[in-house]
Design a protein around this ligand. Structure first.
Ligand code: SAH
Length: 353
């Protein structure tokens, strides 16, 4: 257990950072003993910080209209095969009502970049949610907006914002997005969100087209520098009606390894076992939790809309009602020694003493 790679795990656990070379070694080692040691260390940190609790976030996909044209995403502007929808203000409130009754204490308002959801409409929605469910946190995940907009949403009561950086290498970013989008703007948004006092989430897709180990190392270094409260890490999954339809899915093993590394880098981070991981592997959510994740994001979007929010193939699971999904998850997590908890699940540094 004293070989150089295992000592990298000790170093990451104690100093919470590694050299680029160190990250690259941890990401590429094929030694199963190292993999086991990494997971064991990550789970120990996760348990020390959060016990065996798993926080719930209720995901509400409020629109699939999008003005952007990201090459990987199934709701990109140029995909004409999608039935576009927008939930109404009231439909979102009804969704929150149902979620609150089931014990959700965080709602995540996610969607495409839909100009309909301007600041006035969104602020009115956030204000209403916070007035009716004062015990609940509101997370927004609606892409890149201006500083004024982020400030207005925050003033209306938004607590958190999720905006994955997708890749921290600008050339790679340009291979995943059309020319009107840039990594520089994405990072400006993330820094602005942090400075406005949002609990901020960044993150990347694993195994996206053209991704190299060097890109993943840059992702880890960017996460280390930003110190986000949440990191969303999921495998890339192809969507049939995008330019990336023919690319293979990202690796589950690499996704799990990154979850463990991020857990050691940021011990108190809120780390979702993502829907994409749960789509790639039948027990992906459990495996994510067993690699150091501590959050799941069950879908509260009404069944009528859900299948049209198809970011990648295989995402749609409309069959069951939320209560039975929750029961099923609770049982599955209990079987591996974890428990879903009905708390807001704020980042520890944001909890009032
Ligand atoms: N418009 C919002 C929400 C995007 S959807 C925003 O820009 O933040 C949320 C996340 O889904 C994206 O950030 C992306 O990382 C992920 N995603 C999109 N398409 C995907 C695909 N084909 N495979 C895996 N993840 C995908």
């Amino acid at each position: 257990m004293h070989d150089p790679i295992t000592s990298l795990i000790t170093k990451l656990s104690t100093e919470h950072r590694l050299s680029a070379e160190g990250y690259a070694q941890l990401l590429t080692t094929e030694d199963p003993a190292v993999q086991d040691a990494l997971i064991t260390a990550a789970v120990a940190v996760r348990k020390a910080q959060f016990g065996n609790g798993i926080f719930l976030r209720g995901l509400i996909e409020l629109t699939n209209y999008c003005k952007n044209n990201c090459y990987y995403c199934g709701i990109r502007r140029d995909n004409k095969d999608v039935m576009r929808y927008r939930m109404s203000h009231q439909a979102v409130l009804d969704c929150c009502q149902m979620g609150a009754e089931l014990g959700f204490r965080t709602f995540v308002l996610q969607g495409g970049e839909d100009p309909y959801w301007n600041d006035a409409r969104l602020c009115a929605l956030i204000t209403d949610i916070k007035a009716r469910f004062p015990q609940c946190a509101v997370t927004v995940s609606l892409g890149e907006r201006s500083e004024e907009s982020y400030r207005a949403l925050r003033d209306a009561g938004a607590d958190r914002y999720l905006l994955r950086h997708e890749t921290a290498d600008s050339q790679h970013y340009a291979m995943l997005h059309p020319p009107e989008m840039s990594l520089a703007n994405r990072m400006r948004c993330l820094r602005t969100l942090k400075s406005l006092g949002y609990q901020t989430g960044c993150g990347m897709m694993v195994g996206s087209p053209y991704q190299t180990i060097e890109h993943l190392v840059k992702d880890l270094q960017w996460i280390e520098a930003l110190q986000p409260e949440t990191v969303g890490i999921g495998p890339f999954l192809p969507h049939h009606a995008t330019p990336f339809a023919a690319f293979p899915a990202g690796s589950a093993a690499m996704t799990l390894r990154l979850l463990s590394i991020v857990r050691l880098m940021l011990p108190t981070v809120l780390l979702p076992a993502t829907t994409a991981l749960g789509t790639l592997l039948p027990d992906g959510l459990e495996q994510g939790i067993l690699a150091g994740a501590n959050v799941i994001m069950p879908n509260l979007t009404p069944n009528t809309e859900r299948c049209n929010y198809q970011l990648y193939d295989g995402k749609c699971t409309a069959a069951k009602d939320t209560l039975s999904v929750l029961r099923d998850r609770t049982l599955r997590f209990a079987a591996i020694g974890y428990e879903t908890v009905h708390q807001r699940g704020d980042a520890p540094s944001f909890l009032k003493p």
